[in-house]
Unconditional design. Structure first.
Length: 334
């Protein structure tokens, strides 16, 4: 089974504070995440100045500012991206970003990363996907709010402009913060693989670990979880995010699940090999058997332990003559 990569989605949980962003990177690394992911955008290119916030943003922020004003606080500059990328290298965790505009791709490409994420809201932004396909070797595409036809359209553009399907990962995602586990719909990941021949993963906006664990068991190669240092921080995503201990716990569970799943090859363990003789059966005398007597179901039986002739040969012995006397429970020898 391929490695399952864990993305700590820092997103905008840095609250516009570079020092907090660094702390999040460090703690994501210590928790065992493979990627520290940020969101790169310019508010003026992402939303109109009068754009209203989504319902979950209003609930989590509890203020009256516009979506534009909210986003403006969370912009990170080109110089900050380079600083954070270097900080990721220091803590041996990979830097990753979602980009929302062609200009954002230009900024992100300055650190010469080979992989970019297309967020759910941009899956119909075909111009963005085209430019991403031209600049990067791998795409991660979140599919929240998407129809199959929209996913197919995005993949068509990505592959047209140079991305191989084996380098695309589609993430099942429910765009709500937090999302209900009852709306996780993890089975559709497998349909992604069947229809589109891509890698599959899960962007988990639910509370807890169960949906991510189920996704791993259904073949997810990437798990993405929002990450914060404090769920009580002000911001749109903190309440739907994992803290350090929860992310660390998820990472450990993913490793356990990966081990549990094993491989498609059926093979005996060392302990199983040792146990064969105790729990499989050999052929024994069911009654006292005399020399010259014919072996039948009335006088021989398969019993533990496996010794001598194994149980699968029982019927082949029926009709043969005994060459000696056998006591009850004595193993049969021909």
């Amino acid at each position: 089974m391929s490695k399952i990569e864990l993305i700590a989605e820092i997103g905008v949980n840095h609250n516009g504070d570079l020092s907090l962003a660094k702390k999040l990177i460090k703690m994501a690394s210590l928790a065992g995440a493979d990627y520290a992911k940020f969101q790169i955008f310019r508010a003026q290119n992402l939303a109109t100045k009068k754009s209203k916030k989504a319902q979950y943003q209003n609930i989590n922020l509890n203020n009256n500012i516009s979506q534009y004003e909210m986003l403006k606080k969370y912009e990170i500059s080109k110089s900050d991206i380079k600083i954070l990328n270097n900080y990721c290298k220091k803590y041996k965790i990979k830097f990753l970003a979602s980009c929302f505009d062609v200009e954002d791709l230009e900024v992100y490409s300055s650190i010469k990363n080979h992989i970019v994420k297309i967020p759910s809201g941009e899956i119909t932004n075909l111009n963005l996907i085209e430019h991403a396909a031209r600049k990067f070797k791998k795409l991660i595409i979140s599919t929240g709010m998407s129809k199959y036809s929209e996913i197919a359209q995005a993949i068509k553009i990505a592959t047209k402009y140079g991305i191989l399907k084996k380098n695309i990962t589609l993430l099942q995602c429910t765009t709500d913060y937090p999302a209900s586990p009852l709306e996780a719909n993890i089975y559709c990941m497998e349909e992604f693989k069947k229809r589109f021949a891509t890698n599959i993963g899960y962007s988990d906006h639910t509370i807890g670990t169960i949906c991510s664990i189920v996704a791993v068991s259904r073949g997810a190669t990437i798990i993405e979880k929002h990450f914060t240092l404090n769920k009580n921080f002000k911001g749109p995503d903190h309440k739907a995010s994992m803290n350090f201990q929860e992310l660390k716990d998820l990472n450990q569970k993913i490793k356990i699940v990966r081990t549990i799943l094993g491989s498609k090859k059926k093979k005996l363990t060392k302990k199983e090999i040792k146990n064969i003789k105790y729990v499989r059966k050999g052929i024994y005398a069911k009654t006292k058997i005399y020399k010259g007597e014919i072996f039948t179901s009335d006088n021989i039986i398969a019993k533990r332990p496996l010794s001598g002739i194994p149980a699968d040969k029982l019927k082949k012995i029926f009709g043969k003559k005994s060459k000696k006397n056998f006591n009850i429970d004595e193993k049969i020898q021909l």
